[in-house]
Design a protein around this ligand. Structure first.
Ligand code: GUN
Length: 289
């Protein structure tokens, strides 16, 4: 029997906790409501959908947001100026620059220009380095969402063998760091596989936990996992029939895995709520008032 890991339900619980901190702490102490900045460039449909979902989450929970939507041909210089404004604006507690960026923009330069104290994505090298060294910092929202969901369902990761498919800075790499660190939750033995790994099945068949963030619909099949494996699907793809697919072939994995995240309703809502949680943390950390 496969149990579904309900990210939607857990995100709702966390949303209530955050709302209660806002009502019982921030507003009671006459402090300002947390404020998230979002910079979006271009018209990539997935990025627009992701940003709309983040905005919906801000509205649901009652935190403020400011969206700067720049056209596709925006120069790097203009984007850097907008980041500088967000860095300086005392009313913005934290902000993100939605990725990916257009080819003519140097992504590393952009991420380096974000004030690490406002980097609620946890992508700045200062924060990423702190994460790797197990120091307190913002953890990237998807990785944090995965760990929080596993913790909620009391799924042990310590001593377990985890295989991650995909090494992006947004998901695969931070998940590999957090799951292998000497901390709780952590202490997992991690293999980070990617597009140049030959015979990925060799690894996935041995894994107790598999995190799939490869960006290919239905990539992980039931025959690639061992019975009872825990499968986390980070993919999200709109196919032609308006059905949302993940990176996991749900039909063949369901029944063989012990736990599986659905798409939608698994990691997506967890990612969004963790971004809001990081924004709340930034608001509580950085402000006098
Ligand atoms: N693109 C896809 N996921 C993310 C994310 O979590 N943060 C940012 N900034 N861009 C993304």
């Amino acid at each position: 029997m496969t149990k579904l890991l309900d990210g939607k339900l857990l995100a709702k619980e966390i949303r209530n906790e955050i709302s209660s901190v806002i009502t019982n702490k921030i507003l009671k102490e006459n402090k300002r409501i947390p404020h998230l900045g979002i910079i979006l460039t271009g018209n990539n449909s997935s990025s627009i959908a992701y940003v709309n979902n983040k905005i919906r989450e801000c509205k649901n929970i009652g935190i403020k947001y400011s969206l700067i939507h720049l056209p596709i041909n925006t120069l790097e210089k203009k984007l850097l100026e907008e980041i500088k404004k967000m860095n300086k604006n005392p009313y913005i507690d934290g902000f993100i620059v939605q990725l990916p960026l257009e080819k003519h923009i140097n992504q590393d330069k952009i991420i380096l220009s974000i004030n690490p104290k406002k980097d609620v994505d946890g992508f700045h090298p200062e924060n990423f380095g702190k994460m790797a060294l197990n120091m307190k910092t913002f953890f990237p929202a998807t990785a944090l969402g995965i760990l929080t969901l596993l913790e909620k369902y009391k799924i042990q990761i310590s001593g377990k063998y985890t295989v991650i498919i995909g090494r992006s800075r947004i998901v695969g790499r931070p998940v590999s760091i957090l799951m292998s660190r000497k901390s709780y939750p952590g202490n997992s033995t991690v293999t980070l596989t990617h597009s140049k790994t030959p015979n990925i099945e060799y690894y996935t068949k041995q894994a107790d936990i598999i995190v799939v963030a490869v960006g290919i619909p239905k990539f992980l099949k039931g025959r690639m996992i061992k019975k009872g494996a825990i499968v986390i699907d980070v993919g999200i793809h709109n196919n032609n029939e308006k059905k949302i697919l993940g990176d996991v072939d749900f039909c063949s994995v369901y029944g063989k895995a012990s736990y599986l995240t659905p798409v939608p309703g698994g990691i997506g809502p967890m990612t969004r709520i963790m971004l809001i949680k990081n924004t709340l943390t930034a608001a509580l950390n950085n402000r006098e008032k």
